[in-house]
Ligand binder design. Structure first.
Ligand SMILES: *Cc1c(COP(=O)(O)O)cnc(C)c1O
Length: 462
């Protein structure tokens, strides 16, 4: 049986913290989101996949790779036919692997309903929550978002049985397109436009979670630290390997990184048995992690730096706690390192560099002119990081190298037009936005007002 423990379990004697020493089931980790000591849940043991099962996925639909991983983690929690329905329902869109040159590829994770890789995790998590919630009880998901996560989560839960979703976003901090994406989801998903900042939204959600007056409504979060979002993010690495590699090959992945949840999926895939030669984790100018690998000293970037690849503007990645734990260390939520991990081991397996905005733009231009491949800022950070890794290690290698493209270029029309003078083709999911209607509920950044609104609308039963 796989059980889930807290990354904070060893933090005895730290003021204000009571380490959670227990272990919980996948279901509890999924519904609770984080451990009672505010640590992150970690699976133990990590299940193993056989290389033959992985290679057998060649030419299979993506959902089959997802089923292999889901079964490895969840065979005690849900029967195979239920898992099969969940993955087929979650992954009804393409996952293109585009060859750039030699054995170098871009894997496009931007074909889901909100055109970002977050769709992969959110869609599977939503369906798992629906199946694993207590019978007869309605789950109410509360999320604070600065933009992309909220729409991915909202779309993922749309129409999912037994769950309602409330998305709080800062009124003046989302783009026009993001606002449209959030306001018009409809059905069981409601957007709340808060007259405040992203931090205000987060605080409102936190207050709601700790409010005993709301406890009968089964509130839960769907944020990026939920292990239910990490597990699905290990699937595309396995899928890519099966499509591109032959028996005996190793593979290199480059993952443009912010909160490190995506890269963590790769780290888990490797620990499940995928032959990953190197995990490249380029960041934007928020360079706390590449600096740590270089110097051995961790210092978060605070406040975080605003870069072009805006979904990666993170000064202390929330999933760093999991990476440190996997390499024998402990770092807490605030960025204090209690035990340093095995730095040499980390350096052997992970390569990280910081890519400036200027370099990001140059890369978008160069890759387009040289290879006719269109990248947006996040993917460009990934590509440049991959190139720098190959330069640092060895030059071109004979084994497959895959850079993840985490958003659709059409989400960044101004930058692309300015740099390349081409207008990115808009995917159907985004075209359909024009036809959608809907309005948010407007709220001040005031907990009393949120509370009375929730009391009037939440339902605790199905
Ligand atoms: C969230 C996001 C990232 C960063 O992913 P992490 O898992 O937080 O490292 C990268 N690119 C895009 C487009 C994103 O939305």
């Amino acid at each position: 049986m796989i059980r889930y423990y807290s990354t904070n379990r060893r933090l005895d004697g730290v003021a204000g913290l009571k380490p959670f020493k227990g272990q919980v089931s996948f279901r509890d980790a999924l519904i609770q989101g984080q451990a009672p000591d505010e640590g992150l849940f970690m699976p133990e043991p990590i299940p193993a996949l056989s290389i033959d099962d992985i290679l057998a996925l060649r030419d299979a639909p993506y959902a089959e790779a997802a089923l292999l991983v889901a079964q490895a983690f969840l065979k005690d929690a849900l029967p195979r036919d239920v898992l099969k329905t969940i993955v087929e329902d979650s992954y009804n869109y393409d996952v293109p692997l585009e060859r750039v040159c030699e054995r170098m590829y871009v894997m496009r994770l931007d074909r889901g309903p909100t055109a970002s890789f977050k769709d992969f995790a959110a869609r599977m998590m939503a369906r798992l929550m629906s199946r694993l919630r207590d019978r007869g009880k309605r789950l109410n998901v509360l999320v604070a978002t600065s933009g992309d996560t909220g729409s991915a989560v909202g779309e993922a839960f749309k129409g999912v049985e037994g769950i309602s979703v409330w998305i709080l976003y800062p009124k003046n901090e989302v783009s026009g397109m993001q606002k449209k994406q959030l306001d018009t989801i409809g059905d069981n998903v409601l957007a709340l436009s808060v007259d405040g900042k992203f931090d205000d939204c987060q605080n409102l959600v936190k207050q709601a979670f700790s409010d005993p007056g709301l406890s009968q409504f089964n509130l839960t979060s769907a944020n990026s630290i939920n292990f239910g979002r990490i597990m699905p993010q290990s699937v595309y690495y396995i899928y890519a390997y099966a499509q591109l590699a032959s028996k005996g090959d190793e593979i290199v992945f480059s993952v443009p990184s912010g909160n490190f949840g995506n890269a963590l999926g790769c780290e888990y895939a490797r620990r499940m048995g995928l032959p990953v030669r190197m995990l490249v984790m380029p960041t934007n100018e928020n360079d706390e992690f590449p600096n740590y690998l270089r110097t051995g000293v961790y210092e978060k970037v605070s406040p975080s730096r605003a870069c072009l690849s805006n979904a990666m503007n993170v000064g202390h990645p929330s999933n760093l706690a999991r990476f440190f734990d996997l390499y024998g260390g402990t770092v807490d939520r605030t960025g204090v390192v209690h035990v340093y991990p095995d730095l040499n081991e980390m350096r052997r397996r992970i390569f990280s560099v910081s890519i400036s905005d200027q370099e990001t733009k140059k890369t978008i231009r160069r890759v387009y002119e040289k290879y006719n491949i269109l990248l947006e800022p996040h993917g460009a950070v990934g590509w440049k990081g991959l190139e720098l890794y190959l330069e640092a290690c060895c030059g071109p290698i004979a084994e497959p190298c895959v850079c993840l493209e985490t958003a659709h270029p059409a989400k960044f029309p101004d930058e692309i037009i300015e740099l390349l003078d081409v207008t990115p083709e808009v995917p159907r999911s985004m075209k359909d936005l024009d036809k959608r209607t809907g309005a948010p509920v407007e709220l001040p950044a005031d907990y009393g007002r949120l509370r009375s609104f929730l009391l009037g609308t939440l339902k605790g039963k199905d």
